[in-house]
Write a protein of this length. Structure first.
Length: 358
């Protein structure tokens, strides 16, 4: 992955500096001066709670549940720990919403009335409420919100994991990090080299994260004016506080015969998040048996009608007719469906009849 950098010069030697998103201090490559970046974004890491052997056990456990026969022939590679970045942006939202709020008058109207006809002999009256619009009032609603939002700082789609953004879903199923909350156990990241694992560089800049955060909070602020007509809103989003959080993911792959499979394991819980496993083929066998039973039930009945003369019948005008064309159409449709089913089974067999966890 390419690194997002900005161009600065060293205050000691004026040499060029290359600073990545999230760096808090650097060493000048020209004069070896150590430079502290006071306004830099703080970086945090969520340590992995599982080891490589635990990852292999999780993969073996999942493989045993999907296809027990393939465990002996599976050649699993050494798991690699990756730390993927997320922006954690906090902000304050202030403003107001102007609009017109409709005014209604409620009244009760009797709908059913019984006098002396009820089983108890008492009078019974049933009413319902009717809302009638009588006018409208100008309304001003103040907006005061504060909160945080997590934005994916790298593309995780190649791993089969959807990203968190202002326009995506509210959470990532299976991960501890969600839309707004951060998991417990964060540690300050001072030096990447002192930790095991590969740290993925953020491809989303802090400016882009701010833009997505602004869109997210704008939608929340607009909800204050729900129910207003002809509304107009003014929002100011300020007080950004940012942090770069690295989340642990283990990635491993294994081979069975000629097939290659990749698995992503959560570094916190040790559970398999995404992956592809060779299926046992039970679904293919079930479909094949179902198709065979269908033809086994249809063909004897069809042959019986063809050779027993039951295809001819007398119509109302006294003539003779045959249902052979109808039988041929039905058999043709079934043959086409079977042929299409065999093509599907062939494609399933061609890709290993994989069992996908998503």
């Amino acid at each position: 992955m390419s690194k997002v950098t900005v161009a600065l010069t060293c205050p000691s030697c004026a040499g060029p500096l290359r600073i990545r998103e999230g760096d808090t201090h650097i060493v000048c490559p020209s004069c070896s001066s150590s430079l502290l970046l006071p306004n830099a974004v703080r970086r945090y890491v969520l340590p992995s709670s599982v080891k490589g052997i635990d990852v292999l056990r999780s993969v073996r456990r999942e493989l045993k549940g999907v296809n027990p026969r393939s465990i002996e022939s599976a050649r699993v590679s050494k798991p690699v720990l990756y730390y993927v970045p997320f922006w954690h942006c906090s902000a304050q939202v202030n403003g107001y919403v102007l609009g017109v709020e409709p005014v209604y008058h409620e009244s009760e109207v009797p709908t059913v009335s019984y006098t002396g006809q009820s089983p108890t002999g008492y009078s019974v009256s049933v009413t319902r409420k009717i809302k009638t619009r009588t006018g409208s009032d100008a309304v001003e609603r103040e907006i005061q919100l504060s909160g945080s939002v997590n934005i994916s700082a790298a593309d995780l789609e190649p791993l089969g994991i959807p990203g968190l953004s202002a326009d995506s879903q509210l959470s990532i199923q299976g991960l501890d990090i969600q839309r707004t909350a951060l998991p417990d156990g964060l540690e300050v990241l001072e030096d990447e080299g002192s930790r095991e694992g590969v740290f993925v560089d953020p491809l989303v800049t802090v400016a882009d994260a701010h833009a997505q955060t602004a869109r997210y909070f704008s939608r929340l602020g607009a909800g204050v004016g729900f129910g207003l007509e002809e509304r107009w809103e003014f929002l100011v989003i300020s007080g950004y506080r940012d942090a770069l959080v690295y989340y642990p993911l283990w990635i491993t792959d294994f081979r069975i015969d000629t097939g290659s499979y990749q698995v992503v394991v959560d570094g916190r819980s040790g559970s398999v998040l995404r992956g592809r496993f060779p299926s046992s083929g039970k679904d293919r066998k079930i479909i094949t048996v179902a198709a065979a039973l269908l033809w086994a039930g249809i063909l004897p009945y069809t042959f019986d009608m063809l050779f027993s003369g039951k295809l001819d019948y007398t119509i109302s005008s006294g003539g003779q007719s045959s249902c052979l064309p109808i039988i041929l159409i039905i058999l043709g449709a079934l043959a086409f469906g079977t042929w299409h089913l065999l093509r599907i089974l062939s494609r399933i067999t061609g890709r290993g009849n994989d069992h996908v966890i998503y």
